[in-house]
Design a protein around this ligand. Structure first.
Ligand code: 2Q2
Length: 322
């Protein structure tokens, strides 16, 4: 009798638990700045599926797109404090780990093969190690990004056309230095504030890959995509080191394996997406402008070299030699 009661109580709790999502031993709160249609989110959904299936429900992944957990810098802080667990982040990590600046140096990578060589090789290892050491985050997967282009409400073909334009950049000191040298007036700002600031004309321009231009509907407040292609970069999906290591070994492996699946899935989505994006933004009314890339690259180069400290410059040279 007692045994039967206990059994049914346990069963009842298990049913209740799974229905209410309480059954998991670990919950991973994963926030990022793209919208639900964006391929970063689709990749995150793949991660969630894999982790939840392969951990038999012992890990639950909660996804928060659209900066619902906060802006990039805030989510990083929350992960360090233990109130969030995962995010998608890149060159903003240079505020902790200087080597992370190499993820997005203006006009540094020749093409995506060059970038892949850097991230998959010894350079990537050094960057990842420093991110873990200085920011207490473990990079689990990396995604290549489309080139960053400048959007504005007047065409910009040459650095002289910038003429002091008020430009938003992410919290990336190297971007501030470079755009100042090019002749713009850059201001660091969280991604979530960009749309309204463009609408209210406190800033006149911003720069991002086509994928995030679409994700944030910048076409509604910007007319031109100036094809500056000034930054080729990659981004990491990171997890708090303490959170990862707080899980038993087998679950850590589930997380790492799911991250690899997510990375492969994202790479496939990325190739298709890059084909589609320009057409989509044109249909939404944006005009694409060919720019004098050599003039931008030449003017940016001394500013970039000047902004790099010794440790960064060594890595930068190693990238150029690849
Ligand atoms: O413009 C942005 O906010 C995004 O493209 C990214 O978050 C940016 O590339 C960096 O802050 C990434 O660390």
């Amino acid at each position: 009798m007692i045994k039967r009661l206990v059994t049914s109580a346990v069963l009842g709790a298990a049913i209740l638990g799974s229905q209410a999502g309480l059954a998991a031993d670990f919950t991973l709160k994963f926030g990022h700045l793209a919208n639900e249609e964006n391929i970063w989110h689709q990749a995150a959904e793949k991660f969630k599926e894999e982790v939840e299936a392969n951990s038999d429900g012992r890990i639950e992944v909660q996804l928060y797109p659209n900066e619902q957990l906060g802006a990039e810098m805030d989510v990083i802080n929350s992960i360090q404090l233990g109130t969030a667990d995962m995010t998608i982040t890149g060159e903003s990590l240079q505020n902790w780990a200087p080597k992370a600046a190499m993820m997005a140096v203006p006009y540094a990578f020749r093409d995506s093969a060059h970038l892949g060589q850097a991230v998959e090789g010894e350079i990537g290892e050094q960057i990842e190690a420093q991110i873990t050491e200085r920011a207490n985050l473990v990079p689990l997967a990396w995604f290549e990004r489309g080139p960053r282009h400048l959007t504005s409400n007047r065409p910009i073909e040459h650095p002289e056309d910038l003429d002091g334009i008020r430009l938003r950049v992410p919290n990336v000191p190297l971007f501030v230095d470079t755009w100042e040298a090019l002749g713009a007036r850059p201001t660091p700002m969280a991604f979530s504030e960009v749309f309204t600031s463009l609408q209210q004309n406190t800033i006149e321009a911003q720069e991002n890959p086509l994928s995030l231009i679409e994700s944030a509907s910048f076409d509604e407040v910007q007319d031109y995509v100036n094809l500056t292609g000034h930054v080729r970069s990659w981004i990491y999906v990171v997890i708090g080191k303490d959170q990862l290591e707080g899980m038993p070994e087998d679950l850590q492996q589930v997380v790492r394996d799911a991250a690899q699946e997510m990375q492969a899935h994202e790479a496939e989505l990325f190739a298709e997406d890059e084909q589609r994006l320009r057409q989509d933004l044109e249909e939404r009314g944006m005009e694409f402008v060919e720019v004098d890339i050599d003039a931008f690259a030449e003017k940016a180069r001394p500013a970039v070299l000047d902004a790099l400290n010794e440790e960064q410059r060594e890595l930068f040279e190693a990238i150029q030699d690849l």
